[in-house]
Design a protein around this ligand. Structure first.
Ligand code: PRX
Length: 692
């Protein structure tokens, strides 16, 4: 074993085109012309919620022809304090065509509900209070805890009451910078309960990134933890928060309260940096509050959360999701894509700091009343068998992770997997980047013993939930394809002129018509929302991804077509990395591109031009990498710093990234036409500096 990505990744080499490549180039990715089909087993089909293609076709048809009926019926299974008005017939309104006015999408407007109530109280009131909600598994083996629905509800209420006592009210932003303790989803739910808007920042982001997000959404309170142990390392989160709050204050926004969870297994209380008057220990104040807390009923279109994500320009975008449509969509996609049943035990390895942790670690599963594993650690600590040990420990039936984790576990061979039984597993999910067929097959054959369908879910922070995904049990899978659209989703593969193509084709993946879970705007910047997503191809939502549709109508995602790199399933804007690099006093200019990476999917390759008379050195290289670590986070650290006396630019000064991509991936005979460069000699210079 260990032949990581041999087939898929080498083929993937051609699929990261820049935005200018033709649609034909985007479709260059056909991994396996022989087209293996993997059919669901009879046993699986018997328990499938959607058990045939015909059943799907019928449901899909209704979902696009009669969205009111389709989504209205599903929404009616949730609790609404006040049902959405139906007098005008429609339960949604949309304009996603920039030619006919401002982009505006609303679902269930006028209806009143609360997502926390639907995720917790509803189940407790129905008699499921003693069902386990969280099997919390710590970073170190043997450290764990179990919380029932009733217990989670009580903790949520206590925190919600505390937040209220501190003046947090409906519509206020609350920043959350926490590790994967059970208190993280609890914090999100507590905000939702009182109508506050949570803004979770992944606890791997640097102080600089955190302060930037704080300055954008201006919370008065931040929730954090003293520290976290990740694998063998202790990370002092509170120090990072302190730095971030300082920077935010210097730039005009002071956060008055920092509620800090005492994670004393990672760091002692007395060793935690402290600012009297601002900092409060969670355990000192929250448990004394009542375990009951009145729900704040909110409009379906009231904001539920903000989540920042990278775009092709420097500043991260605050993706804004509202309550009603998101709730219905997250729950429904979870149920059908994972073929969820009441007796399932679900485990998603994502962190709540990303959208996957919002929709499929918190809201989607809880809305369905699922029992789930919440894991603090990393997949290969203390060894490569940890995941399967956890699967056996809790009898996990649905396991959801990212291709990068699969590839990294593949490297350790089959033994750590086979050491554990995994017989409880029923469904295996994948998310975050295209899964190369060789990783798909290893996941299917070795992890799932050829018994469990692979649910390759394509979606985005912006989409709120799954867009293209198998419904396991309903049709055959093809390794590497996300297969078919979810209910209500109308994908369009458009060419560079914005024309939707028919039949077998490749091009830019767009979506026609709105769906309940889509983002409503970007925090404070509706213009950017329109220009980024709706202006490139008029009449459509543009995903930023390329794709191919095959003769069976299956979709094959081929990666980003903009200046966004997908590193280990994390979206990183090249512009963000470049701006971090040029913040170094000796850096004059930087250009960043992605290159194929065996485990991460894509790695970061940075071309750096230094100021005149500055000499190349390894120390400088380290300092540049550290600049990125401190401005964005360790996960965005460049893999390669390549010295560049000059960058290939057109006469109008535009950097030709196409050429840089070829140099980064060592495809020197495929540089293409370089005659439009202002100075063609820079290309030779760059090539001569490879490996230097
Ligand atoms: O390029 C696609 C890739 O991840 C991007 C979205 O990233 P983010 O908003 O951070 O959300 C990640 C979790 C949903 C997409 O534009 N992507 C995500 N899932 C897949 C994928 N690419 C191919 N196949 C997938 N299953």
């Amino acid at each position: 074993n260990g032949s990581v990505g041999s087939m898929g990744l080498s083929t993937l080499a051609s699929v990261r085109p820049n935005f200018k490549l033709s649609a034909a180039d985007v479709g260059g990715f056909v991994s396996d012309p022989a087209e293996e089909l993997v059919a669901p087993s009879e046993a699986f089909r018997q328990r499938a919620l959607v058990a045939s293609r015909a059943q799907y076709d019928e449901m899909y048809k209704r979902s696009v022809e009669d969205p009111d009926g389709f989504w209205g019926d599903i929404a009616s299974t949730f609790f609404w304090k006040k049902k959405w008005p139906t007098t005008e017939g429609k339960l949604y309104s949309e304009n996603i065509d920039v030619r006919t006015g401002r982009v505006a999408v609303e679902w269930f407007k006028g209806g009143q509900t609360n997502i926390c109530y639907n995720a917790l109280d509803r189940h407790v009131e129905a008699g499921f209070g003693d069902k386990v909600a969280f099997f919390w598994e710590g970073n170190d083996t043997g450290v764990d805890a179990t919380l029932t629905y009733k217990e989670v509800l009580e903790r949520v209420c206590q925190l919600a009451n505390y937040l209220r006592s501190q003046g947090v009210k409906k519509g206020d932003a609350v920043a959350i910078y926490m590790p994967m303790l059970a208190e993280l989803p609890i914090a999100m739910l507590a905000c939702a309960r009182i109508g506050a808007v949570h803004s979770v920042v992944f606890a791997g982001f640097s102080a600089e990134s955190l302060s930037q997000r704080i300055l954008d959404c201006k919370p008065n309170i931040i929730l954090t933890s003293s520290a976290v142990k990740r694998a063998a390392k202790v990370i002092k989160l509170k120090d990072i928060v302190d730095d971030a709050l300082k920077t935010a204050a210097e730039n005009g926004h002071s956060v008055g309260l920092c509620l800090t969870y005492d994670n004393n297994s990672a760091l002692k209380r007395e060793d935690t940096a402290w600012q009297e008057g601002r900092d409060v220990w969670w355990q000192d104040v929250v448990p004394s509050h009542s375990k009951e807390c009145e729900v704040e009923w909110v409009d379906a279109e009231d904001t539920l959360f903000l989540l920042y994500t990278s775009g092709s320009t420097g500043k991260p975008k605050g993706v804004l999701h509202t309550t009603g449509g998101y709730m219905v969509y997250a729950a429904t996609t979870f149920k059908y894509a994972f073929n969820y049943h009441e007796d399932d035990v679900y485990w998603c390895t994502a962190d709540c700091g990303w959208i996957t942790g919002h929709s499929y670690l918190t809201y989607g599963p809880l809305l369905n009343g699922a029992s789930m594993v919440v894991f603090e650690g990393v997949p290969n600590y203390p060894d490569a068998g940890r995941c399967w040990e956890i699967v056996d420990k809790y009898n996990v039936t649905i396991f959801y992770t990212a291709p990068t984790a699969i590839r990294s576990l593949m490297r350790s061979g089959d033994e750590p997997v086979k050491r554990h039984s995994r017989k409880s597993l029923r469904v295996l999910g994948s998310v975050g980047e295209p899964i190369n067929p060789s990783a798909w097959k290893w996941y299917y054959e070795v992890v799932g013993d050829k018994r469990c369908p692979i649910v390759d879910t394509w979606w985005q922070t912006e989409t709120g939930g799954f867009m293209i995904t198998p419904l396991p049990g309903a049709w055959c899978l093809k390794p590497g394809s996300a297969t078919l659209p979810f209910f209500g989703i109308q994908p369009a593969v458009v060419d560079e002129n914005g024309h939707a193509q028919t039949g077998e084709c490749s091009g830019y993946l767009c979506i026609k018509a709105a769906w309940p879970g889509m983002m409503r705007t970007l925090q404070g910047d509706h213009d950017r929302y329109e220009t980024t997503y709706f202006a490139p191809f008029k009449g459509y939502y543009f995903s930023g991804d390329g794709c191919r549709r095959d003769k069976d109508g299956f979709y094959w995602l081929t990666g980003r077509v903009d200046d966004v790199i997908n590193v280990s399933g994390h979206r990183i804007g090249t512009a963000e990395v470049e701006s971090a690099l040029v913040s170094h006093p000796q850096c004059a200019e930087a250009a960043v591109v992605g290159f194929d990476h065996e485990v991460k999917g894509q790695g970061i390759f940075a071309f750096v031009t230094l100021l005149e008379f500055v000499e190349y050195s390894d120390e400088l290289r380290t300092a540049l990498v550290n600049a990125v670590r401190s401005q964005i986070g360790a996960f965005a650290a460049p893999d390669v710093i390549h010295w560049a006396p000059g960058l290939p630019k057109t006469r109008s000064g535009k950097i030709m990234r196409r050429i840089l991509r070829k140099i980064a991936s060592n495809q020197l005979d495929e540089l293409g036409d370089i005659s439009t460069l202002a100075d063609t000699s820079v290309v030779d210079q760059l090539i001569s500096l490879r490996g230097k």
